[in-house]
Design a protein around this ligand. Structure first.
Ligand SMILES: Cc1ncc(COP(=O)(O)O)c(C=O)c1O
Length: 482
């Protein structure tokens, strides 16, 4: 019997997919899953459970969904609930409005490729109120999480050429690995600019210039990505810092991609969220014609509704012919999930004062954000009391990215195992404590420095337990390799 060879082999498959890496779900996370299974089978370990601090998945770590969001989604999915007296009037009104915008009054129908019109209108109103400057609903498309919006815009920026003709995309280092993964997938050229750890991960224009000049012989620089508040670094950019980036983008003729998915996650005293759109608009006519795409998500903030895959992108100042191409490109995907669009609608159009659900919504929202603020402080303070670890203040987002000083003997031990030192550290941490964090090398870091990223998402008590386990491990591990 002849054995059929597969059409696809690892040798002949798309090389760009092979090149992609996505640390947040990498080998350490696979090992965490195995350990969980071993614990379930009754294997004895020096810890009772695995604490997953590797991914910004709020509900997976115990965060409760907001009542109003789920009421509106439930009614959208099952309109019979419109008759249910247990559901508040405002949830029914929101759901009815969304359903009226859907084909056949059902979220089971496709929407326009850019999304349901009323939801795009509500999004424009949210942005207008947030920034104090008008937003046009036709500049907004709803996406399958922010990831889809980011990839859609990135695709537009590609040159279709190889080698030096490839598009160059400036990305922060450390960065959220979606960017390096997408750049690899699209065969573009990553232009990493380092964030300044000594200045709480601020963005230095001199570093932007250095990175760009070094990259110019290798690609055609097209865009700059800014993640604010930062992942994995947790910083919130100042208005001055944003202005400096906008000036730089103008001088270098770059498309601005502002990843603003953590816009509700601001904790530190004195930190405030400024959207790139607002700052650019207020910088006057010299700057406010710059091309800018801003991304938002239902996955983060106080909602944490990652599984609904809701998101939006506002894109301004596009050439009208390019905008037509953008619409064509998204229409080939039909549309994003309508359930996700509905959740996005609640985020941009939450209950107003005087409506029946207002008090509960505000209470639940601020409970989540208050706890995150408490945990941000707890994580920063605790790491900074451990010898050999330094951690910048977690001003926003959902992560800390502490630096670990690793002794020479440990570097040698890691090398002997064929692992990067931070991966070696994180694997040992997982095996000995059950704590799953991601090595800094998955996000990028200055050569010779070592970090890891942890989320601040586990519930307060669990996070306290995690930090205690962490401290014991760190001290023992360092002593072993001194
Ligand atoms: C900075 C940043 N951008 C985008 C995303 C993508 O989120 P989603 O696709 O769930 O909206 C994430 C997720 O963690 C993120 O941290």
């Amino acid at each position: 019997m002849s054995v059929r060879t597969k059409v696809l082999s690892v040798e002949n498959m798309n090389p760009h997919i092979k090149k992609m890496e996505y640390a947040v779900r990498g080998p350490i996370v696979i090992r965490a899953g195995e350990i969980e299974a071993e614990l379930q089978k009754g294997e004895k370990k020096p810890f009772p459970d695995v604490i997953r601090a590797n991914i910004g998945d709020c509900h997976a770590t115990g965060q409760q969904p907001l009542t109003f969001i789920r009421q509106v989604s439930a009614i959208c999915a099952y309109p019979e609930l419109l008759k249910d007296p247990n559901f508040p009037r405002d949830a029914k009104e929101r759901a009815r409005r969304i359903l009226d915008g859907c084909g056949g009054h059902s979220i089971g129908s496709y929407s326009d490729s850019s999304g349901v019109k009323v939801i795009r209108e509500d999004t424009a109103k949210y942005i207008t109120d947030r920034d104090g400057h008008p937003s046009n609903w036709e500049d907004i498309f709803l996406s399958t999480g922010a990831s889809d919006g980011i990839k859609t815009i990135m695709k537009l920026l590609m040159t279709g050429e190889t080698g030096k003709g490839r598009a160059g995309v400036m990305i922060p280092i450390p960065q959220y690995p979606l960017y390096t993964a997408t750049i690899a997938e699209y065969n573009a050229h990553p232009i990493g600019y380092f964030l300044n750890e000594d200045r709480n991960w601020a963005l230095d224009v001199s570093e932007l210039k250095r990175a760009l000049e070094e990259a110019k012989p290798h690609c055609r620089p097209k865009a700059i990505v800014i993640i604010n508040p930062g992942n994995p670094t947790g910083q919130v950019l100042t208005k001055e810092n944003i202005e400096a980036v906008i000036k730089f983008a103008k001088e270098e003729n770059l498309f601005l991609m502002a990843d603003e998915v953590y816009q509700h996650n601001i904790y530190a005293q004195g930190s405030k969220f400024y959207s790139f759109k607002k700052v650019l608009t207020e910088m006057g006519s010299k700057y406010n014609d710059l091309e800018l795409a801003s991304f938002m998500s239902t996955s983060k903030g106080y909602m944490g509704e990652c599984g609904f895959r809701g998101g939006y992108c506002e894109v301004i100042n596009l050439d009208p012919d390019v905008k037509a191409m953008l619409l064509k490109s998204i229409s080939a995907k039909l549309c994003s999930s309508i359930a996700g669009q509905a959740v996005m609608d609640v985020v941009v159009n939450p209950p107003k004062q005087g409506e029946p659900s207002y008090d509960l919504f505000e209470k639940e929202k601020w409970m989540v954000l208050g706890q995150l603020a408490e945990k941000a402080k707890m994580v920063t303070e605790t790491f900074n009391t451990i010898e050999g670890i330094s951690c910048n203040e977690v001003q926003g987002a959902m992560y800390a990215f502490p630096q670990i000083k690793l002794p020479k003997k440990l570097l040698e031990a890691a090398k002997a195992k064929g692992q990067s030192p931070d991966a070696f550290y994180c694997f040992n941490l997982l095996e000995e404590t059950g704590i799953c964090v991601v090595p800094g090398s998955g996000f990028g870091q200055v050569e010779g420095t070592y970090h890891f990223r942890t989320t601040i998402l586990p519930p307060v008590q669990k996070l306290g337990e995690m930090l205690a386990r962490f401290r014991d491990f760190h001290l023992q591990f360092m002593e072993k390799y001194q």
